[in-house]
Structures are given as structure tokens and as C-alpha cells.
Design a protein around this ligand. Structure first.
Ligand SMILES: [Zn+2]
Length: 82
């Protein structure tokens, strides 16, 4: 699902998006995911390349990709948002 969205956005000439933390801790009700929530909270507002995702820790991820992640992306419209 994430990949289809990304391809469509790239087709439209959009290459950047902003990570948006939902305000609900990611991965809640799951053990061992405190780190997920805090790293995603820190990612809030960060701009990333939608072809790669945002680097969190050692890997590139998209909002909503991790299990229990409630984050979402806000696509940046060139010349309008940047
Ligand atoms: Zn998240």
C-alpha cells in the first residue's frame, strides 16, 4: 500500500514529505515498543525523501509502516510548502 502511494506521488513530481506524529504513542499496547513511540515523536516535522523514507535508527521507514505506528505523512508541494 505504501509503495503504491509513493509511486503515485513521484509521478506527480512530489519528492518530499513531512513526518507527522499522530499524538497517539506508536505501538501502544505492545510490549517493547516504547522506543518506537519516542523515536517517532522525535521524527515529527522532519522532512524526508518519499523515495527512501525517513532514517530512524539504522533503517529507512515510512510513517505507518511499523506495526502499531499511527504516524502519517504530509506531502510537500514544491513551491508551495517549501
Ligand atoms: Zn509512528
Amino acid at each position: 500500500m505504501v509503495k503504491i502511494d509513493v509511486n503515485r506521488q513521484i509521478d506527480l513530481g512530489l519528492t518530499k514529505a513531512k513526518w507527522r506524529y499522530s499524538g497517539v504513542p506508536c505501538g501502544r499496547n505492545k510490549p517493547g515498543t516504547k522506543r518506537l513511540a519516542s523515536s517517532h515523536l522525535n521524527a515529527d516535522g522532519k522532512v524526508y525523501d518519499i523515495r527512501k523514507g525517513l532514517k530512524i535508527g539504522t533503517r529507512y521507514v515510512y510513517p505507518g509502516e511499523d506495526e502499531g505506528c499511527m504516524c502519517h505523512s504530509q506531502v510537500i508541494i514544491p513551491g508551495f510548502d517549501d
